[in-house]
Design a protein around this ligand. Structure first.
Ligand SMILES: *Cc1c(COP(=O)(O)O)cnc(C)c1O
Length: 415
């Protein structure tokens, strides 16, 4: 999609606004599918938490994707979006036994990531097949907040606990149908990933009735020109070949599963915001936008660097700007970034705004969350309306009687 399309959307729907290009989502889905065409049974389960708008979920469903969910609400959202229960997998961390039982009762596949719940669940429901999340203790790059395979991680069952795990399975007579790992976001080094996969294969040999092996996700996508990204095609070739040999040895054609979030939706998304003020200080030129970390928190939370384009003046001469928000705390999207000359009222487009952007938005400072627009076949389709004041107060209980002068007098009178 063109910058002029984005400008038109900002004009029609106001700003700030999120825009998603369906064509990019579809091409990323196909790219990943093609990279693993050497595997007979491939299943992609889109990680709903990256971007969970119901219309995006419907698009994923139409592509043949399954759904990876981390809360019972995401499970329910997936069912509402038309996913069959069996194409949803529930992969939570540290949730209650009750929440897992609820998901199992809805017929979705269950992934358990600790021995305590495994033992309890297996004891009560030995006939419900369960996938187990393994921690291979491999650190596959990225920001320390998002690498979840290492030794101190809270995610998964340690490979060093396999003997205990096997004891639980034997005693409860439960059925393990899948082995899973998710080493965290931003896989830069394919060899590290392949190394972790070997550990997974070794673990898998302990279980006789597997249907699938799930390699999680964490594919890195480029954030700017020349950025490193996971070489999906190379990973596809190498992992497919390892997987096929494993299946031969195991004696059964298993399904190879992934749960990509960022890879499928990150680059499809744009966040559009207007510049309210251009402020020159003694050291810096600030461009203050009509938004803040209430709408896009990744730069502050993870230090992620989103490319920013001035779509109102794409040919203007480049100058250095610090792009900041309106929140009454340090709220910096970019420091001293070269951007085409900015005037007040210009619209800036933040790239890579598809994954973990809207889904992390909040009402901080009592602001409305922005609308979402899907760009599909050359048409802009509103898929979420901007919030209104009613949304802000909808669930608040106003106890005005408690503090009214009248009430105080009445109480006094009864004493
Ligand atoms: C968040 C998450 C994913 C998706 O990770 P991306 O880096 O967005 O691809 C996959 N699996 C699990 C279990 C997750 O928690």
């Amino acid at each position: 999609m063109q910058a002029s399309d984005l400008l038109k959307i900002a004009k029609t729907y106001g700003d700030p606004v999120y825009v998603y290009d369906s064509e990019k989502i579809i091409s990323q889905y196909q790219r990943l599918t093609n990279a693993f065409k050497g595997v007979k049974k491939l299943q992609l389960n889109y990680a709903a938490k990256a971007l969970s708008n119901i219309s995006i979920l419907r698009l994923m469903n139409s592509l043949g994707s399954g759904l990876d969910t981390v809360s019972i609400q995401e499970v329910e959202l997936g069912l509402l979006a038309g996913f069959k229960p069996e194409s949803i997998i529930f992969t939570p961390n540290g949730v209650s036994l009750e929440e897992i039982e609820k998901a199992a009762a809805l017929g979705v596949r269950i992934n358990i990531d600790n021995l305590s719940v495994l033992e309890q669940f297996g004891g009560k429901h030995p006939n419900v097949p369960v996938c187990i999340r393994i921690n291979p203790h491999v650190m596959a790059g990225g920001n320390s907040n998002i690498s979840v395979g290492h030794i101190d991680s809270k995610f998964g069952i340690s490979i060093h606990q396999i003997p205990h795990l096997l004891r639980i399975v034997e005693l409860t007579k439960m059925n393990i149908n899948g082995i899973h790992m998710h080493t965290g976001s931003d896989i830069l080094d394919i060899d590290v990933f392949l190394y972790a996969s070997e550990i997974l294969f070794e673990t898998a040999k302990n279980f006789k009735n597997l249907d699938f092996i799930d390699f999680g996700s964490g594919f890195k996508v480029p954030y700017k020109e020349g950025d490193i990204e996971t070489n999906i095609e190379e990973l596809g070739k190498k992992l497919s070949s390892k997987f096929n040999s494993f299946c031969k040895e195991y004696g059964k054609e298993l399904t190879l599963a992934f749960e990509p979030g960022k890879f499928l939706v990150s680059e499809s998304g744009f966040f559009l915001a207007k510049v309210n003020v251009v402020k020159q200080t003694t050291s810096t030129v600030f461009a203050s936008i009509d938004s803040g970390f209430n709408h896009l928190i990744r730069p502050m939370l993870y230090g992620s660097s989103h490319k920013i384009i001035n779509i109102s003046n794409p040919k203007g001469r480049e100058r250095y700007y610090s792009v900041v928000g309106y929140i009454c705390e340090t709220d910096t999207f970019a420091s001293n970034r070269r951007i085409n000359e900015i005037s007040e009222g210009d619209i800036l487009a933040f790239h890579n705004a598809g994954a973990y952007c809207f889904t992390m938005a909040s009402n901080y400072n009592s602001r409305f969350r922005p609308p979402e627009v899907l760009w599909h076949k050359g048409e802009a389709i509103l898929i979420r309306e901007r919030e209104t004041f009613d949304d802000l107060i909808k669930n608040q209980v106003d106890v005005k009687d408690l503090f009214s002068k009248k009430e105080t007098k009445k109480e006094k009178a009864t004493v």
